[in-house]
Design a protein around this ligand. Structure first.
Ligand SMILES: Nc1ncnc2c1ncn2[C@@H]1O[C@H](COP(=O)(O)OP(=O)(O)OP(=O)(O)O)[C@@H](O)[C@H]1O
Length: 583
C-alpha cells in the first residue's frame, strides 16, 4: 500500500505540534522511507517540519532490518562530522504490520535513554496516526461509495449489525418504511419494524434470501414488498451483519399507473372545426358519467383529452388512475386491478390489498391501450362496468364502486371485435360516447397554431426568444404526413428551437422531413435526429418523460422538490427516471 508523501509530512507535523517533548532533543529529527531516502525533517531553528527532496543517506544498511528503537554508533553511518562523535537513534514507523518509514535523530550521548524514549514515542504516534488515517479514509471512501450507490437507486437499503442494531438506511428506504434515518440509527430493528422478515436468520444459514415477497405494516397501512436479505462478513469471514434491499411492488406497478391528471382543456391547442366540435362534445361528456371511448392514432392527444375530461368533471378532486393495459405485467393484472383478500395467495396479508379500481373510487379510470387488454381480463372488466362493483381476488363480497371509465385505443376496435380479439359486449359498454381524434394530417388547419405554440413552449422552458420560422420551412411542415402526429410535431419543434439560433431553416429539421419531399441540404448542415421517434412510443411515456424533465429543470435537479411538483413519491420519481434513462 502506497502512502502519499503529503499525508506523511502532515502527520509528522501534527504529531510534532501536539507532542512538544521533541524539544528535549536538540538535534534534527528525520523521517526516512524504508529505502533510507529522506522524506522530511524537523528543523529546530525554524521549529517546523520541512519536506526533503528525497536524497539518499549513507546510513547503516542494517537499519532496514530494524524492528525496534535502536542506537547506532554514528561513525558506522559514515557521517562526516567534526568534533564530538554523534550517535544515531532510530525507530521504525510501522503501518499495517509493515515498516514503512524510520524516524531517526542524532545525539552526542550514547545510550541516551531520554532520546530513545522520545524517538520511540514519536515513531509510535506517527505509526498510529497514519494507520488510523488510512483506515478512516478507507472507511469513508467505502461509505461514500456505498452511500452514492444506495442513494441513487430506487431500492430501499437497510443494514444491521449482527445484533440487529440498525447501522444504515438509505433515503429511499426511510421513505418506504416511513422512518427517518436519524431516529432509527442505533435502534434494534425489532423495535422499529414489526416484521419477522427483516430477521438475522440469513446469518445462521449463511445464504442470502433473494426477492422474497412480504407484506409489511407501516403506519397502519399494509405494504407489499419484495425483500432480499444478504449476510455480511468481515475479512476473516466472521458474520458482522445483514443488509436488506427492498422494493415496494405497488410502486413498481405505479410506473405504469398514474394517479393524477395534469392537463386541462386549456392545454389543448386547436383551431380547426373538427377539433372544436370534438372538444365541445368532450366537455359535454365530462359532465355526465357515461363511459367514453377515445379513438385515434398514437400521439393525437387521447390522454390529454382524457385528463382534461377528468379535470373538467365533478370528479376532478378525486383520483385519475391510468391503467396502461399494454404495459402492466400479465401476472399482476388481476391483483393490481381488482386487489386481493386475506389469504388469497401465499404472502397475502390479513387485510388484503386494494386494487386500482378501488383506489380510483370517486374518480376516473383511464384504460389506455384498451385494445391490448387480455381477453380473460376483458370479461372481468365487463363485469366491473356492468355491476359497478369489484370483487377482490379470493373475496366473496362485491365492493361497490363509483367510477367513470374512459378508455383509449389507437387500434380500430370495431375491427378487433370482428376479428374476435376484443369482446363485442365490452366494446359497446365502453363506446357509450365516442370521441374520435383526427390525425394531424387530417387537420392541417391546426398546424400553424400548433407550430407556434409548441415553439413558444420550448422557448419559454429554455428561456430563449421564439425563433423566426422561415416560410419554406412551414411549407415542409405542411406537406409532411406526420405519422407520429402531435407527439412527432412536438419533438420536431422542440429540437428545432434548441438547434436554431434566431431562425429555423431546413437544417434544423429532421432529415426525413426533407428527404421525403426531395429537399437536399448539405449533409453537414442537417443534423442527425437523436430523439425524434416515428414509431409509436410507449403510451404516455413522452408526456410523462417531458413532465419529469421539466420538473427536474424547474427544481434545479432537486429530486425531492421535483417529486413534490409532480405529486409523486421520490421513490416513484427515481423509478421513472431510471425507466427513461435520466439517471
Ligand atoms: N392538441 C394538442 N395540443 C397540445 N399538445 C398536444 C395536443 N395533442 C397532443 N399533444 C401532446 O402530444 C403528446 C402526445 O399526446 P398523448 O399522449 O395525449 O397522445 P395519445 O394519443 O394518448 O398517444 P398514445 O396513443 O401513443 O398514448 C403529448 O405530449 C401531448 O401533450
Amino acid at each position: 500500500m502506497v502512502i502519499h508523501i503529503d499525508l506523511v509530512v502532515d502527520t509528522v507535523k501534527k504529531v510534532f505540534e501536539e507532542y512538544q517533548s521533541y524539544n528535549e532533543i536538540n538535534s534534527h529529527i528525520q523521517i526516512m522511507s524504508s529505502d533510507l531516502t529522506y522524506i522530511c525533517h524537523y528543523d529546530p531553528l525554524l521549529n517546523e517540519v520541512v519536506l526533503d527532496s528525497g536524497r539518499g543517506i549513507d546510513l547503516p544498511r542494517d537499519i532496514t532490518l530494524m524492528q525496534k528503537t535502536t542506537c547506532y554508533d554514528n561513525t558506522m553511518a559514515g557521517l562526516d562530522r567534526v568534533g564530538e562523535s554523534e550517535y544515531l537513534y532510530s525507530s521504525p514507523i510501522i503501518v499495517e504490520q509493515e515498516t514503512k518509514y524510520y524516524l531517526v535523530c542524532t545525539s552526542y550521548h550514547i545510550h541516551d535513554s531520554l532520546t530513545l524514549i522520545i524517538v520511540e514515542l514519536l515513531s509510535k504516534y506517527i505509526s498510529t496516526r497514519l494507520e488510523t488515517h488510512i483506515k478512516l479514509q478507507d472507511v469513508h471512501l467505502k461509505n461514500d461509495h456505498m452511500k452514492q450507490i444506495t442513494e441513487t437507486v430506487s431500492t430501499g437499503s437497510l443494514s444491521v449489525d449482527k445484533f440487529g442494531t440498525i447501522m444504515f438506511i438509505n433515503e429511499v428506504g426511510g421513505e418506504m418504511l416511513g422512518v427517518r434515518a436519524e431516529e432509527v440509527l442505533g435502534q434494534p430493528i425489532s423495535q422499529v419494524l414489526d416484521n419477522q422478515a427483516f430477521s438475522l436468520d440469513v446469518l445462521e444459514f449463511g445464504m442470502p434470501v433473494i426477492n422474497k415477497d412480504i407484506i409489511i405494516k407501516i403506519n397502519k397501512g399494509q405494504y407489499h414488498f419484495r425483500l432480499s436479505s444478504v449476510p455480511l462478513y468481515d475479512n476473516s469471514n466472521e458474520p458482522i451483519g445483514v443488509i436488506f434491499h427492498f422494493k415496494d411492488i405497488r410502486k413498481e406497478v405505479e410506473i405504469i399507473v398514474n394517479t393524477k391528471g395534469f392537463f386541462n382543456f386549456d392545454d389543448i391547442i386547436y383551431q380547426c372545426k373538427e377539433m372544436e366540435s370534438l372538444i365541445h362534445l368532450a366537455k359535454k361528456a365530462a359532465l355526465q358519467d357515461s363511459s367514453i371511448l377515445i379513438e385515434g392514432e398514437s400521439g393525437t392527444g387521447k390522454e390529454l383529452i382524457a385528463q382534461s375530461i377528468h379535470n373538467y368533471s365533478s370528479r376532478s378532486n378525486h383520483p385519475f388512475i391510468v391503467i396502461d393495459c399494454s404495459a402492466i405485467p400479465r401476472n399482476l393484472v388481476e391483483s393490481e386491478l381488482f386487489g386481493y383478500e386475506a389469504g388469497a395467495f401465499t404472502g397475502s396479508h390479513k387485510g388484503g390489498m386494494m386494487g386500482k379500481f378501488e383506489r380510483a373510487n370517486g374518480g376516473t379510470v383511464f384504460l389506455d391501450e384498451i385494445g391490448e387488454m387480455p381477453l380473460e381480463i376483458q370479461s372481468k372488466l365487463l363485469r366491473v362496468i356492468q355491476s359497478r362493483s369489484i370483487t377482490r381476488i379470493g373475496g366473496h363480497e362485491p365492493i361497490s364502486l363509483n367510477i367513470r371509465i374512459i378508455a383509449a385505443t389507437n387500434r380500430n376496435l370495431a375491427k378487433e371485435v370482428s376479428e374476435g380479439n376484443f369482446r363485442n359486449d365490452l366494446y359497446y359498454r365502453l363506446n357509450v360516447i365516442n370521441l374520435f381524434v383526427p390525425a394531424l394530417r387530417d387537420r392541417k388547419g391546426d398546424l400553424p397554431l400548433l407550430v407556434y405554440k409548441l415553439m413558444e413552449k420550448t422557448a419559454k422552458r429554455e428561456k430563449r426568444v421564439i425563433p423566426n420560422l422561415l416560410g419554406r420551412v412551414m411549407k415542409v411542415l405542411e406537406n409532411y404526413p406526420w405519422p407520429g402526429n402531435i407527439r412527432e410535431l412536438e419533438n420536431t419543434m422542440e429540437r428545432a428551437v434548441i438547434l436554431a439560433h434566431g431562425e429555423i431553416d431546413y437544417q434544423h429539421l429532421p432529415k426525413r422531413l426533407l428527404e421525403i419531399q426531395n429537399i437536399h441540404v448539405s449533409s453537414t448542415s442537417v443534423q442527425s435526429e437523436p430523439f425524434v421517434n416515428q414509431t409509436p412510443q410507449k403510451p404516455k411515456s413522452v408526456m410523462e418523460q417531458q413532465l419529469i424533465i421539466n420538473a427536474l429543470k424547474e427544481s434545479k435537479g432537486n429530486k425531492s422538490k421535483a417529486a413534490k411538483k409532480l405529486g409523486i413519491a421520490r421513490s416513484t420519481l427515481y423509478e421513472k427516471m431510471y425507466q427513461y434513462q435520466l439517471l
